[in-house]
Ligand binder design. Structure first.
Ligand code: ADP
Ligand code: ADP
Length: 226
């Protein structure tokens, strides 16, 4: 686990459009931060800068005490969960879970241990030999989370992970992510536009508007009527 610091973080896209500016957030070890705000406020840009999928044009991202502005995604020790699952269709669930570790040269026994542990946590043990197309949406999303969990990263980044699921599944998965959070206590940055997800999951909420932090606090502090 690790703390994450965003220091005067900003993004100006080529062509001059400012997407994010002057963002300062200290995320503690094990803290679950939810980023909310209207469409176009910069949530995705901010997350992608932390992930290393988007260049940083102003300020710093630090993971632990390491400045990671120019560190490759693979070397940042973070794992991202996407809304479109990003599973390999030709591989079984087990192979999907093991693939990244295999590429990194993780020993076979360690891969098996982590895959079985993730399968147990996510209750997908009975699907390990299936291909993604033979899974429901909720099961696919669990596998996508499993791919992040097996990395045992210092932090998780979630980019609207439940937005492709129907309403009933979203409720179930929201509670599962809550359980996951209690069990693993991995520092997390979670983007959503679902207020219930934000209320349930957040230790602290960050409200972005026009690329800037408008409000930051516990769900009670942020949603309390003035
Ligand atoms: P959100 O995730 O909150 O919807 P985004 O981070 O996607 O917001 O976008 C923030 C702003 O940056 C928007 O004005 C958007 O149009 C702009 N933007 C996003 N991606 C790019 C890009 N690749 N090039 C230029 N502008 C972009
Ligand atoms: P896998 O996608 O199964 O992990 P690799 O380890 O070969 O396979 O990943 C290819 C690249 O994508 C690497 O740079 C890796 O760090 C990055 N990557 C893979 N999965 C994630 C993830 N969940 N979050 C962030 N980066 C990832």
């Amino acid at each position: 686990m690790a703390s994450i610091t965003l220091a005067d973080l900003g993004k100006i896209y080529p062509g001059g459009a400012r997407a994010v500016g002057g963002v300062n957030i200290d995320i503690a070890d094990g803290e679950f931060i939810v980023l909310v705000g209207p469409s176009g406020c910069g949530k995705s840009t901010l997350l992608r800068m932390v992930a290393g999928l988007e260049s940083i044009t102003e300020g710093e991202v630090r993971i632990g005490d390491r400045v990671v502005n120019k560190v490759e995604p693979a070397d940042r020790d973070i794992a991202m969960v996407f809304q479109n699952y990003a599973l390999y269709p030709h591989m079984s669930v087990r192979q999907n879970l093991a693939y990244g570790l295999k590429n990194r040269g993780t020993p076979r026994a360690e891969i098996d241990r982590r895959v079985n542990e993730a399968a147990e946590i996510l209750q997908i043990g009975q699907f390990l030999d299936r291909k993604p197309r033979a899974l429901s949406g909720g099961q696919r999303q669990r596998v996508a989370m499993g791919r992040a969990i097996v990395r045992e990263p210092a932090a998780f980044l979630f980019d609207e992970p439940l937005s492709n699921l129907d309403a009933k599944l979203r409720v179930a998965m929201r509670l599962e992510i809550k359980e996951l959070q209690k069990r693993l206590r991995t520092t997390s940055l979670y983007v959503t536009h679902d207020q219930l997800e934000a209320m349930t999951l957040a230790d602290r909420l960050v409200v972005l508007n026009g690329g800037r932090v408008e409000q930051i606090g516990t769900p009670l502090e942020v949603y309390r009527r003035p």
